[in-house]
Design a protein around this ligand. Structure first.
Ligand code: DAH
Length: 336
């Protein structure tokens, strides 16, 4: 038989072999020890030299080509078989594995929301150091030398001069020292107080400070700014209340409360039956603070405010224990 024809037949059979077994029997029939091509090569011996040479070369060519085709087809059938068997092993009735998406911590989210609202109102974000000096944390903010807040037990002293800031108000001083009015800044960050760790206190928590200084800044602007902020933060329906208070660095000073988001003012456990929730300290910058940073207190006026981020988050999400924020129980954290 013609070697070309043998090669063509073999190729057809290789292509139509549907299993590895079928393919192997094709291989045996053509290339096996008693295979058609093997026999053909053996029979060449009886041919005259010239013919033997050309036919031999031809046959070897066909043989190599067929071997390549066998290998390719074999690899193909193997992958097919593999994927077929893995499909049968796949149990379609098994419940799926849920992919797990991380999320920002609720405090991070609320902090970002506060910052976003205030930046949207024209305030610029500034940061200050967490390790402060007594000067920035107290003196420049007009705390008298004998003020109880300066006491060893009221804040974390690191040495004679340094302490962990107990509020974000020192950033007001740092910014005013460097810049001239108009100033419109907010300063978010961590603050430290040696308080007992209980449902409403933590030794570390977050505050956002605000400061606006220019010529002719009025108390009405402070009220307007904080009213808008509270409505954006807690909803259009909230009422905002200002009541007189005291801080060394503001005069007059105010405590700002919103109508209770739970009972809407009727009185409940969360607002301790008052109908109000305190969320901010605020006031008009004290002239002594301006003098401490070298501003002319006759020329400039300003307002400042400070709020606790955890407190805002607790009100917003109706959480009654601050410790939940720091335990990092994933079941709690992932709800936000
Ligand atoms: N620093 C105050 C505190 O930690 C909060 C505060 C009150 C900040 C009044 C202010 C302000 O800027 O004007 O209790």
């Amino acid at each position: 038989m013609d070697i070309e024809q043998i090669g063509k037949d073999a190729l057809e059979e290789i292509k139509s072999a549907q299993t590895l077994e079928a393919l192997d029997s094709v291989r045996v029939r053509y290339l096996g020890r008693k295979g058609l091509i093997t026999n053909f090569l053996k029979e060449l011996a009886s041919l005259p030299a010239e013919e033997r040479k050309t036919k031999g070369r031809q046959a070897n060519l066909v043989k190599t080509e067929l071997s390549t085709h066998f290998e390719t087809r074999k690899a193909r059938l193997e992958t097919e078989q593999e994927s077929a068997s893995s499909q049968t092993q796949f149990d379609l009735t098994l419940p799926g594995r849920k992919s797990w998406l991380g999320n920002a911590h609720p405090i991070t989210k609320v902090l970002q929301e506060i910052v976003e609202i205030l930046v949207g109102m024209g305030f610029e974000e500034k940061l200050g150091p967490e390790i402060e000096t007594e000067f920035y944390n107290y003196t420049a903010l007009n705390f008298p030398e004998d003020h109880p807040a300066r006491d060893q037990i009221a804040c974390f002293y690191l040495d004679d001069k340094h302490l962990l800031r107990s509020h974000t108000s020192p950033v007001q001083i740092r910014v005013m020292e460097k810049e001239k009015p108009p100033i419109r800044i907010i300063a978010p960050g961590r603050v430290y107080r040696p308080d007992a760790f209980d449902a409403s206190h933590s030794p570390v928590f977050y505050q956002v400070e605000g400061l606006y200084v220019d010529e002719n800044v009025t108390l009405a602007e402070l009220k307007g700014t904080l009213e808008v902020f509270c409505r954006r933060m807690f909803g259009e329906q909230v009422k905002v209340r200002f009541s007189p208070s005291y801080f060394p660095f503001t005069e007059p000073s105010a405590e700002v409360a919103i109508s209770c988001v739970i009972c809407e003012g009727a009185g409940c456990k969360t607002c301790k039956n008052t109908g109000w929730l305190e969320i901010l300290g605020a006031g008009m910058v004290h002239p002594a603070v301006f003098e401490n940073v070298g501003y002319d207190s006759e020329k400039y006026s300003g307002f400042a405010f400070g709020m606790g981020v955890e407190r805002v988050a607790m009100i917003k999400y109706r959480i009654d224990d601050i410790r939940l924020f720091y335990e990092n129980d994933i079941r709690f954290i992932k709800q936000f």
